[in-house]
Design a protein around this ligand. Structure first.
Ligand code: PSU
Ligand code: MN
Length: 299
């Protein structure tokens, strides 16, 4: 299996020496943000992780190889390439066979990170149960339920059906832990009306929970929800109508399946004159910071 993998020298070294590594996804780079913001953000996120003494492992498929860690050049090339596809877990064999390049979603990144032996992963927001059509359930949720990796995210976007997303995670026995919040954050928005059953206020406690989860050999992942920093928060009453418009447009244009999330993200960025993009950038940096702190606390 490892013939499909290509480790960057720094990630290889860190894994061999059991030094802390934080996985990062790449659909947020290829389909979540426009160029050049996507490249600048991805590079800045990696720097934040390195500043904590943790090795970032941005995961992506390039020319049919699963890359665990990208060089600065590779990252730039990847971010500025229209031909890059979006790979969820099921798409990996096809993309590898055709020697294509793809951003890996949370689901595909989890799959690859687990094979690489990485236990911590920071992202922006996870996919969830889409509104209206309850059949559209992101593969992210299934993969989180069967991969023992801790994911740091800013919750799930309010474009999703949040109560159904939470119910699904409960059914699948995935711990959902609020970091300094007792309610589910919703990506652009720091709080919602949906209470969480577990929350923590500091990183050492989070590390203890993770240790117990691993020691008990739980087969699921854990979801750590970290609200967007207050100065970038977009209140629900502001973002809701925008989301409504974007959903309506998606329906008019018959957009569904894997195109839906990227379409909605770019519509929302357009409708908010870039405010949602700035929020997205701030929250992913915030998650990388918490992920790196947690990686250090796990030593
Ligand atoms: N949420 C965001 N930005 C993103 C994504 C989610 O705010 O870029 C990406 C993630 O990679 C996530 C994927 O795994 O979208 C979910 O896609 P889908 O809903 O098609 O499963
Ligand atoms: Mn979907």
């Amino acid at each position: 299996m490892q013939q499909f993998f290509d480790y960057s020298p720094e990630v290889k070294l860190a894994l061999e020496h059991k030094q802390p590594v934080l996985a990062l996804e790449s659909t947020i780079i290829s389909h979540g943000m426009p160029y050049p913001e996507n490249y600048e953000t991805a590079a800045a996120v990696e720097q934040i992780v390195r500043d904590h003494g943790v090795t970032p492992a941005t995961i992506a498929v390039m020319d049919g190889k699963i890359k665990i860690g990208l060089s600065a050049n590779e990252l730039h090339h990847f971010a500025n390439n229209e031909a890059v596809m979006k790979a969820s877990r099921r798409d990996l064999p096809y993309i590898i066979a055709h020697k294509c390049s793809a951003g890996t979603t949370v689901a595909a990144t989890l799959f690859c990170a687990a094979k690489a032996g990485i236990k911590l992963f920071a992202t922006g927001g996870i996919g969830g149960v889409h509104r209206g059509d309850a059949q559209d359930i992101s593969a992210d949720l299934i993969e989180i339920s069967r991969t023992p990796i801790a994911i740091i995210c800013a919750g799930a976007k309010a474009i999703l059906d949040l109560p159904r997303t939470l119910e699904f995670l409960e059914t699948m026995s995935v711990p959902v832990i609020g970091y300094r919040t007792k309610v589910l954050p919703a990506f652009y928005t720091d709080s919602t009306q949906y209470p969480l059953s577990t929350w923590v206020d500091d990183v050492p406690t989070l590390a203890k929970i993770l240790t117990a989860h691993w020691e008990l050999e739980m087969s699921s992942g854990l979801l750590i929800t970290n609200p967007i920093p207050a100065e970038f928060n977009i209140p629900l009453e502001v973002i809701e109508p925008v989301i409504g418009n974007a959903l309506h447009k998606a329906e008019q244009h018959n957009i569904s399946g894997k195109e839906l999330t990227p379409f909605l993200l770019s519509e929302i960025a357009h409708l908010t004159q870039g405010k949602s993009l700035r929020a997205n950038i701030a929250l992913i940096k915030n998650n990388a910071r918490l992920g790196a702190e947690l990686a250090c606390a796990m030593l």
